[in-house]
Design a protein around this ligand. Structure first.
Ligand code: SF4
Ligand code: SF4
Length: 206
């Protein structure tokens, strides 16, 4: 029993000379390890609003909400609740662009309200020209368009979104007529694309 006591005595004597092992946080900043995983941060210029980070988040800390604002403007808002986050880094690892979200070295995250413990990014959504439902964010479609290059012409919605962004196309307003094959050359959601393609291939259902 006397040996542990002697060891403690030796450690106490050593710390008088060397100083304590503990850090003086919060009086002084704690030295951080290189690989620290702190508060996840969105980067609006790198994020395309695809929502992959929310899909892989094991803590369910990322909320994806599509909203319709004034003049029918559609937006997607991603909200990362870092009071729920477990700092695993999966969001950054699985980020489609690898530059949309990163883990910072910020670790001092205490606060008085959970509502303020959020990190958000907002992106414009593209709506289907027939049913008006959101398809994807504009940045997401343009990212696919740029990555595919000439292959983008295999997907009408992707290449039309790309051409519209380049100023080579404008949306032609639609009248009340039934869908016909001219609607093939529109930005469409998968369900409307299917209806128009079936109509074009097989004619109207009896
Ligand atoms: S670090 Fe992990 S828990 Fe936190 S938001 Fe990213 S995926 Fe979710
Ligand atoms: S680009 Fe990255 S950060 Fe942005 S929504 Fe997609 S996965 Fe999340």
């Amino acid at each position: 029993m006397k040996w542990p006591k002697l060891r403690e005595l030796r450690e106490a004597a050593t710390s008088v000379v060397r100083g304590p092992y503990t850090a003086s946080f919060p009086a002084e900043p704690t030295p951080l390890p290189q690989q620290i995983r702190g508060r996840p941060t969105y980067h609006a210029e790198g994020c395309i609003g695809c929502g992959a980070c929310a899909e892989v988040c094991p803590a369910g800390a990322i909320e994806v909400r599509d909203e319709r604002g004034g003049e029918g403007r559609l937006t997607r808002r991603l909200t990362l609740h870092y009071d729920v986050c477990v700092f695993c880094g999966e969001c950054a690892r699985s980020c489609a662009t690898q530059s949309g979200v990163t883990l910072s070295n910020e670790y001092e995250l205490s606060g008085f309200s959970r509502a303020e413990m959020v990190e958000t990014v907002e992106k414009e959504l593209v709506a289907c020209e027939l049913c008006g439902e959101p398809i994807a964010t504009l940045d997401h479609l343009l990212w696919i368009y740029r990555r595919l290059g000439a292959l983008a012409y295999a997907n009408v919605t992707v290449y039309l979104a790309g051409q519209q962004a380049l100023g080579l196309r404008a949306t032609v307003p639609r009248d009340e007529r039934k869908i016909d094959r001219t609607d093939l050359q529109r930005i469409l959601c998968p369900a409307c694309r299917r209806s128009v393609t079936l109509l074009d291939q097989w004619g109207p259902l009896a």
